[in-house]
Design a protein around this ligand. Structure first.
Ligand code: GUN
Length: 278
């Protein structure tokens, strides 16, 4: 029987641990504040931002919401980020992506102070991770490490194959798995003989954005499958990048969609906010 990795339960445990830590900090007079900036009203972004604010309220982190119109100029957004950088009462800054096309995302990310970069997107945060120094780590890959550790899945010495090379998931994931002493391979859209590579994986992490792409033919017997995908299937039901029902009989552990990796991202964002004052 495969272990179904319960991301909802693990993320709730983490938020409860953080809530206690925040209560202790508050007793010492330390209050944590996260500034959440959204430009425009993309509906998916509004849902994410709403969930982040809710998680802050639960854990005891003060959140400041900046909801700016779509017409906000790059200069106006950079000026707000600079103001938040300089505000000693603000511990973390999160600018929800994607931004409207007339704003250079990289410029905005580079403007956020690395000391307040709770998303872990700043080049300094990414660089620190790659050379094993302290810094904020991107929330989804950090959440996957927690899922594995709290499920008792050993990482050291394992063959880990990651499909997807995004800056937010694939690349930082590879660095984290390397830090945990896995042997790491990154695959992407130009990888030849993908199945041959993925069948080597003891731990297969899938972040490609294609519904049910990974079937049992891609998977070794007894593998651990981490599904980062969030798609709609032919019946408009949420599903991952992995064909869950097809691979389930073959695997030793798997994350469901929904209820696997998804809830971990916000739990790790809360962790990064607490990290900013630790
Ligand atoms: N858009 C989708 N995911 C994320 C995230 O983790 N952080 C930010 N800032 N924007 C996002």
């Amino acid at each position: 029987m495969a272990l179904i990795i319960d991301g909802k339960k693990i993320s709730a445990d983490i938020k409860d641990e953080l809530k206690k830590e925040v209560e202790e900090l508050q007793k010492k007079g330390i209050q944590i504040t996260l500034a959440v900036v959204q430009v425009g009203n993309d509906s998916a972004s509004s849902v994410y931002v709403g969930n982040k604010k809710k998680a802050c309220a639960y854990v005891g982190i003060h959140s400041l919401a900046y909801e700016l119109p779509e017409s906000t100029s790059e200069a106006e957004l950079l000026s707000l980020v600079n103001k938040l950088n300089q505000d000693p009462a603000v511990n973390g800054i999160l600018v929800q992506l994607p931004l409207p096309k007339h704003i250079d995302e990289n410029k905005v990310i580079r403007t956020i102070s690395p000391a307040k970069d709770v998303d872990g997107f700043h080049p300094q945060s990414v660089g620190a991770l790659s050379i094993g120094q302290k810094g904020f780590v991107s929330c989804t890959p950090a959440g996957i490490i927690e899922l594995l550790k709290r499920s008792g899945i050993a990482i050291e010495g394992k063959e880990c194959v990651i499909i997807g090379r995004s800056n937010i998931v694939g690349k930082p994931m590879a660095m984290l798995m390397l830090r945990e002493n896995a042997t790491v391979t990154i695959c992407h859209s130009r990888t030849k003989n993908l199945k041959e590579v993925t069948k080597r994986a003891d731990i297969l992490i899938v972040a490609i954005g294609k519904a049910k792409f990974i079937t049992k033919d891609y998977v070794k017997d007894g593998a651990v499958i981490i599904d980062v995908g969030m798609n709609r299937d032919e019946n408009n039901k949420l599903c991952g990048d992995v064909d869950y029902a097809d691979v389930l009989p073959k695997v030793s552990a798997i994350t469901p969609v929904p209820g696997g990796v998804g809830p971990m991202t916000i739990a790790m964002l809360m962790n990064n906010c607490v990290q900013s004052v630790r």
